[in-house]
Write a protein that binds this ligand. Structure first.
Ligand SMILES: Nc1nc2c(c(=O)[nH]1)N[C@H]1C(S)=C(S)[C@@H](COP(=O)(O)OP(=O)(O)OC[C@H]3O[C@@H](n4cnc5c(N)ncnc54)[C@H](O)[C@@H]3O)O[C@H]1N2
Ligand code: MOO
Length: 440
């Protein structure tokens, strides 16, 4: 096993400069892999549960779902039309005339055999009768009455408009692979196989707390210099989107005893603890000391904006115990909390919960106006993605981009991600974009 946290103060790798975003992501993913490995050794069965399909949305599948049947279970028609043997087809425009010997409906198969010169009127989904391998859709026929149908030889090819037994799923093969974050289509697919329950990983327990003497809970009147605690609400929203169990540990005062007690309590209840505030230079020394007693936590300076300071590592859930709680100490600024969550925490939670796909796909769009950017840090600007007058995707920043300006996030529908080495962006340049929808 690797050093649990290569960027912790106790690690031989000492941190003198800012971490590249990619290095931070790699260190987080490495530590999460180690935690998964440790937990597998302890008891993996307790990390799974069976849920009915109506409760399975947004859960993560814990075992390959094997198909108990072939889908389709037998060859059937993909069109309303006439089923026949393709021997009569060719390249010419000569007309083929076939005798209609009966009708097959979905759920009401035709039990006889169709011979040469014969066909069967067939509905979409009806089983292909013996002797037939091709269907001519009704609208491609030249004439049809109760007893005969005619069409040109070259209108279809042998095998057209027939769905083959097992072409979608084969018996005993994985219909859905373990690690899938279950979507509505997966639930429909399981139901189509007659499967009513799925084995999923249990929901991660994620504790959140806000630290800062200036923070007040909703409902209280603000005194001079105090502000409402908004970070817990953004975080709760972010976590609820991931369908996790959120444990709200409230607001904690900035004094060592309260902080220590709160961290011990939260870590004893949760798989992951996310705090916000108290990680910048001024306050980090104070928090660092507590973290040294409770676990192995690095205080990072990341080359990104917003979200420069961040603490990351593991806490011992109970002093003296070996059970570990993953810890993210996010910066206090409200936008920095959301950016660091999106950039680091979201994928770590999905990974820890067994998901195979943890990254968000990026798309590209055209910057509507110039964007100022210094090389040497990754920037996450908040923006609105829309279709420009020429139909191409265009992004426009949502005004002032300060790390405390939550409106910039609230009005946006995406991040414009400007990579580490990038300099200023000119109007008309293509930029990377991560959409919030389906992500946050
Ligand atoms: N000398 C330096 N000062 C600062 C640096 C630095 O590198 N050197 N980094 C700045 C950056 S970047 C950030 S981000 C902040 C992070 O500081 P902390 O994590 O210690 O956060 P606080 O100081 O507690 O809070 C920052 C800001 O956010 C407000 N806040 C905090 N918690 C909440 C909450 N739950 N709800 C709403 N607003 C919250 C807090 O009142 C502050 O205004 O440090 C910079 N300083
Ligand atoms: O980088 Mo801090 O997180 O923006 O204000």
């Amino acid at each position: 096993m690797t050093d649990l946290n290569p960027y912790s103060p106790n690690s031989p790798i000492l941190l003198s400069t800012s971490l590249h975003v990619d290095e931070a992501r790699k260190a987080i993913s490495g530590l999460v892999s180690d935690l998964i490995e440790e937990s597998r050794k302890l008891n993996s069965a307790s990390d799974m549960e069976c849920v009915t399909l109506d409760k399975a949305i947004d859960r993560i599948l814990a075992e390959d779902l094997l198909s108990p049947i072939n889908v389709p279970a037998a060859d059937n028609s993909a069109m309303d039309g006439f089923a026949f043997n393709g021997d009569c087809l060719g390249d010419s425009i000569n007309t083929v005339t076939l005798q209609i010997v009966g009708t097959a409906y979905a759920g009401k198969p035709y039990l006889g055999t169709i011979g040469a010169g014969e066909c069967l009127k067939i509905m979409t989904g009806a089983l292909m009768p013996a002797g037939c391998d091709t269907v001519i859709p009704q609208e491609l026929t030249d004439f049809a009455d109760q007893s005969v149908v005619g069409f040109k030889q070259n209108q279809v090819k042998r095998g057209d408009n027939r769905r083959l037994c097992g072409e979608d799923l084969q018996h005993n093969k994985a219909a859905i692979a373990a690690g899938r974050l279950l979507r509505p289509s997966d639930l429909g697919l399981a139901a189509s196989l007659g499967i009513a329950t799925l084995k999923v990983y249990r929901k991660l327990k994620v504790a959140i707390l806000s630290s800062g003497d200036e923070l007040r809970p909703l409902g209280q009147t603000l005194d001079a210099g105090s502000i409402y605690d908004s970070n817990r609400y953004s975080l709760t929203g972010l976590l609820n989107r991931l369908n996790l169990e959120v444990i709200d540990c409230g607001i904690v005062r900035d004094d060592p005893a309260s902080l220590k007690a709160a961290f011990i309590d939260a870590a004893s209840k949760a798989d992951v603890l996310i705090s916000s505030g108290g990680v910048s230079v001024g306050e980090a020394d104070f928090t660092k000391q507590i973290m040294q007693e409770l676990g192995d936590v690095g205080f990072w300076k990341i080359a990104m904006r917003p979200g420069r300071p961040m603490a990351f590592g593991v806490l011992k859930s109970v002093p003296g115990s070996s059970r570990k709680t993953l810890f993210f100490g996010l910066p206090g600024n409200p936008v920095a909390v959301m950016v660091t969550f999106y950039q680091f925490v979201r994928s770590a939670l999905l990974q820890l919960n067994g998901a195979s796909q943890t990254e968000v796909p990026l798309i590209q769009a055209i910057a509507e106006a110039p964007i100022r950017k210094k090389p040497g840090r990754t920037e996450f600007q908040r923006a609105i993605l829309e279709r420009g007058p020429d139909g191409r995707p265009t992004v426009k920043l949502t005004g002032s981009q300060g790390a405390g300006i939550l409106r910039s996030m609230s009005e946006a529908n995406c991040f414009v991600i400007l990579p580490h080495d990038q300099g200023n962006v000119a109007a008309g340049d293509w930029v990377d974009v991560a959409l919030f929808d389906g992500l946050l």
